[in-house]
Design a protein around this ligand. Structure first.
Ligand code: ATP
Ligand code: MG
Length: 175
């Protein structure tokens, strides 16, 4: 059995979550089992949520966040801290279940960046994970220790984004 890989999608450009979904799609086509856990925002009804429903149980998405919350680095509501704790406990349970070939931790980089999870906790879980498990960590501002630990790191760099022209989030493009 091959050892799983750690992949990171970071940067301020668009494509981190969608690339992770593409990877999940590729894996599920080979009969592998894939789970995406969405931290942080994640209560939106997105196209991927509906599409992946058709691929269950091979591919599952679970939203763990509380929607868009007003949160600032180092300054969080009690509910946000509690949500982070519960979400991370749940993620660990899934990681150690050994039921999956690939687990995508969507926006986990932001969780670390916002001080809601410690990078040491995340890395220690990654080290102890089932050997075969691939883990994808997405989100802006990936911690340098995560980058160092990962096998593949891709930075999405914004060159243009229609948001800057005032074009709002579009169905099938942004959600
Ligand atoms: P996507 O889900 O489209 O792959 P992403 O995961 O790289 O995007 P996030 O940082 O998670 O991007 O941002 C979530 C939302 O913000 C998405 O709707 C995304 O399209 C949009 N977005 C991404 N990059 C930018 C940007 N540079 N400016 C404005 N909006 C952005
Ligand atoms: Mg994203």
């Amino acid at each position: 059995m091959e050892n799983g890989l750690i992949l990171v999608h970071t940067g301020n450009g668009k494509g981190k979550t969608t690339a992770a979904l593409g990877l999940g799609l590729r894996a599920v086509g080979h009969g592998m089992k894939v789970l995406m856990l969405q931290f942080f925002k994640g209560t939106w009804l997105t196209g991927e949520l509906c599409a992946v429903k058709r691929l269950e149980p091979g591919f599952k998405i679970i939203q763990l966040g509380q929607g868009f919350v007003k949160t600032r680095k180092g300054e969080h509501a009690e509910a946000t801290i509690e949500n982070a704790r519960v979400s991370w406990d749940y993620a660990k349970q899934e990681i150690f279940s050994d039921l999956y070939d690939t687990i995508i931790l969507d926006e986990i980089n932001n969780m670390i960046d916002y001080g809601l999870l410690t990078v040491e906790d995340v890395i220690s879980v990654l080290k102890e994970r089932p050997k075969r498990l691939n883990v994808v960590l997405t989100g802006r501002n990936a911690h340098e220790k995560i980058i160092e630990f990962a096998d593949t790191v891709t930075e999405m760099r914004e060159i243009k984004h229609p948001f800057k022209k005032g074009i709002k989030a579009r169905k099938g493009i942004e959600f």
